[in-house]
Structure formats: structure tokens, C-alpha cells
Ligand binder design. Structure first.
Ligand code: BTN
Length: 336
């Protein structure tokens, strides 16, 4: 089911007015005027919104006030929150999708404007790196992908995912007061368990980078008891690490803002100089012994020494000398 109302979302306009006015009331006639509909239609829309978990207070001669918001993802509320943040990104919401990365690619192929965000409540074929599956049940997590058309040399793309990791980890630390870390190349961890994975996919041709899709899967309010055992053994949610349920709609808007800002910072090269130091403060692998596994079964062993401005992992080998490693999967060896 396609959300066709992504540019003209009347509910988002109503919610945005109510959020802006808080703690004051907004009159039914002012909402009606803004939308070009009758006051009765405004009342009807508010009644419909109540079914999704919104609670409004209505006071005669004053108007309406928003008292409670839904716990579940609600796209009009995310749009209203983005409007409050002055973010004009186009947001496509799908309750169920194969993969938000695949949908973002389809949107790019159809010539969508950018930046564009695809947000889903559930994915049926959520993908991770190296063809792995991303468990994507409907349990209060975020699955979203960003479609961009960067004018960027393909060699500069390597820094994109690490910079997003830094920006997102900083955001989540601020919101959740939990010691969230980055793990090269594409993960966010907390207390040794994976909280989020990022999947950046670019199409490159002779003229440079044609387009770029950045996907993020973030475990927010889901309960590991509902996950398959193999996922629960290695993953955590923001709720489990912070002890508090997160407002998923506020979080979605904040994540979208940070990724769109972070994209600009990579594009205008602002991220380059800042990346190594900001990464160092959050680095889960810092000075740890690591094994880097690569697709062709080669293994590199050494000590992780942060990342360089281009986003490559710096590894010190026993033979001496620090070398940049561009690709691979990092495993922490068990020392029993
Ligand atoms: C990884 O850890 O290997 C990356 C996982 C990325 C998962 C996200 S969920 C939203 C987007 N859509 C996908 O199919 N994958 C990414």
C-alpha cells in the first residue's frame, strides 16, 4: 500500500499547528482556514487521529490542544515534527515493504526528488551487509532509508558511513544517556550488543557517483524476548540499554535531521577533518586486538588504532607500521 499523500498531508499540518501552539490552544477555525476545509471536517480529522492514539482537549471558545501522542510510529506526526525542525525532506511511509533500501532505489530510478526518506514499520526482506538478513519485525523499531544524488567522487564515499555513525551515536547518547559506541565499519553498539546497522549502497558510473542510498535499522522500543534467539544473543534495543521507552516519532524526526545534515557535511568536506577525533571518542575497537575477515577468506590480525579522515580503519600489525584497511568484517578474538 503506497502512501500517496506525502506532499499534502493535512493531518501533518494540523499536528504541526497544535505542536507549535503548545501549551496554548488552536481554534478550529484557524485550522480550518489553513487547510481550506470546514470546522466540521477538522473535528472529523481529529476524531480519526484519536483512533491512532492521539488525545486532544477541546475547550469551547479556545479550541484544541494536543495532550497525548501515539506510541507507535505515525507518519503525519513525524512530518509535523520535521516541519517544526524546518526540515523539508520528502518522506514516504510504507507500513510494510520488502526493504526500505530497495524502495529508495526504486524511487531514485523513477526520478524522485532528493533527499528523500523511505520509512517502514516492517520489512519483509530487510538486508544487512554481505547479503545478511536484517530482522525487521513490527515491534517498535526504525527501518528507514535515505535517497541522495551526491555530486561526489566515488573515492570519497568511504567516509560516508563512519560519519553517519558518529552523528547518530552522538544523537543517541544525548537522547538516551547510554554509552553508545561506533564499531567500524557500519554498526552502533552499546554494552557489547548491536543496536543499529547501516547499509550504504551507491551506484557509480563513468561520470562519478550517480546516486546513494543510506539505510538504517535501529532497535528502539522492541523487547529482545520477541526476537529470534540468535538475534537476542547479540543485539539490544535503546529501551533495554537506557531503561526507558523512547518517543519513536521524535526519534525518527531527529534521526532524519541528523542524517540529512551529516550528508551535507560529507558533501562539503566539513566531515573530513572532524572524523578521526569524533570517531575516537566513540570507538568500540579503540586499541583492541582485532581480526579482520574478508570475503576472499583472508584474515588480517592486529590492533585497531582508530580511523583516518577517509574512513579507513587504521590497523597496527605485529610486523610494525599502521596500515589503512578499506573493507572487511571486524571480529574481536576471544581470549579465554
Ligand atoms: C548491517 O548491520 O549489516 C546493516 C543493516 C542495515 C539494515 C537497514 S534496515 C533499513 C534498511 N533497509 C534494509 O533492507 N537494510 C537497511
Amino acid at each position: 500500500m503506497l502512501d500517496v499523500s506525502r506532499t499534502a498531508d493535512a493531518d501533518a499540518t494540523i499536528l504541526s499547528q497544535l505542536l507549535e501552539a503548545w501549551p496554548n490552544y488552536v481554534s478550529g477555525s484557524s485550522i480550518a482556514r489553513r487547510l481550506g476545509i470546514t470546522r466540521v471536517s477538522v473535528w472529523g480529522r481529529l476524531e480519526k487521529l484519536k483512533e491512532s492514539g492521539f488525545v486532544f482537549e477541546a475547550v469551547r471558545n479556545r479550541g484544541y490542544r494536543l495532550l497525548e501522542r501515539p506510541e507507535q510510529l505515525h507518519v503525519s506526526l513525524v512530518r509535523a515534527l520535521l516541519e517544526r525542525r524546518k526540515q523539508t525532506v520528502d518522506l514516504l511511509y510504507l507500513p510494510v515493504v520488502d526493504s526500505t533500501n530497495d524502495e529508495a532505489e526504486r524511487q531514485l530510478a523513477q526520478g524522485c526528488g532528493t533527499p528523500m526518506v523511505v520509512l517502514a514499520r516492517r520489512q519483509e526482506r530487510g538486508r544487512g551487509r554481505l547479503g545478511r538478513r536484517w530482522h525487521s519485525a513490527d515491534h517498535g523499531n526504525l527501518y528507514l532509508s535515505f535517497a541522495f544524488r551526491p555530486r561526489m567522487e566515488p573515492s570519497k564515499l568511504q567516509r560516508f558511513t563512519p560519519w553517519m555513525g558518529v552523528r547518530l551515536a552522538e544523537l543517541l547518547r544525548e537522547r538516551c544517556a547510554a554509552p553508545i559506541q561506533v564499531k567500524w565499519p557500519n554498526d552502533l553498539y552499546c554494552q557489547g550488543k548491536k543496536l543499529a546497522g547501516m547499509l550504504t549502497e551507491a551506484r557509480v558510473d563513468a561520470d562519478g557517483t550517480r546516486d546513494l542510498v543510506f539505510g538504517l535499522g535501529l532497535n528502539v522500543n522492541s523487547d529482545p524476548a520477541d526476537w529470534p534467539d540468535e538475534v537476542a544473543a547479540v543485539a539490544a534495543s535503546l529501551q533495554t540499554v537506557s531503561g526507558q521507552a523512547q518517543d519513536i516519532n521524535e526519534l525518527a524526526a531527529a534521526v532524519i535531521e541528523v542524517v540529512v545534515e551529516g550528508y551535507q557535511e560529507v558533501l562539503n568536506a566539513q566531515a573530513d577533518a572532524l572524523l578521526p577525533e569524533r570517531w575516537r571518542r566513540l570507538d568500540m575497537l579503540s586499541d583492541r586486538e582485532v581480526v579482520i575477515e574478508r570475503g576472499n577468506k583472508t584474515r588480517l590480525e592486529g590492533w585497531a588504532r582508530g580511523i583516518d579522515p577517509g574512513g579507513a580503519l587504521l590497523v597496527e600489525f605485529a610486523t610494525g607500521g599502521v596500515q589503512p584497511v578499506l573493507a572487511g568484517d571486524v571480529v574481536l578474538p576471544r581470549r579465554d
